[in-house]
Design a protein. Structure first.
Length: 124
């Protein structure tokens, strides 16, 4: 049964208050977006390292290829919001993640990842 608010009573008790719920609604939508992305749990195979972009902006990622047969690349790869990518790696590697890759000098993080692991990059 929906709850009813007696607006006449509220206006008498607090006539100066404004009931603007737009900010609360924004935070609810933001959290629902993150929850919906997490419900689609991604996985990586035994010889892969994955990175999932759980933010609302494009990120740039680079995974080292130390002790690997392939030389890999030094380029950063963009991952759009709600998407993920994997790299074939059989040893622990260092991942460089630049947030808001559209902006120069965006926040960056460095993490060590092991094969069969997916790293989730979340909004701060």
């Amino acid at each position: 049964m929906p709850m009813r608010i007696n607006t006449q009573r509220v206006s008498q008790v607090a006539p100066h208050r404004s009931f603007d719920y737009s900010e609360d609604l924004y935070h609810c939508v933001k959290h629902l977006f993150q929850i919906s992305l997490l419900l689609h749990t991604m996985s990586a195979q035994d010889n892969q390292i994955g990175v999932f972009n759980n933010t609302q902006a494009t990120i740039s990622v680079r995974i080292t290829s130390d002790n690997e047969l392939s030389k890999g690349t030094t380029e950063f790869q963009d991952i759009k919001p709600g998407k993920y990518d994997t790299w074939n790696r059989s040893h622990r590697q260092v991942a460089f993640v630049q947030r808001n890759s559209d902006e120069m000098g965006g926040t960056a993080e460095v993490v060590v990842l092991k094969p069969a692991q997916v790293h989730y990059v979340n909004d701060e």
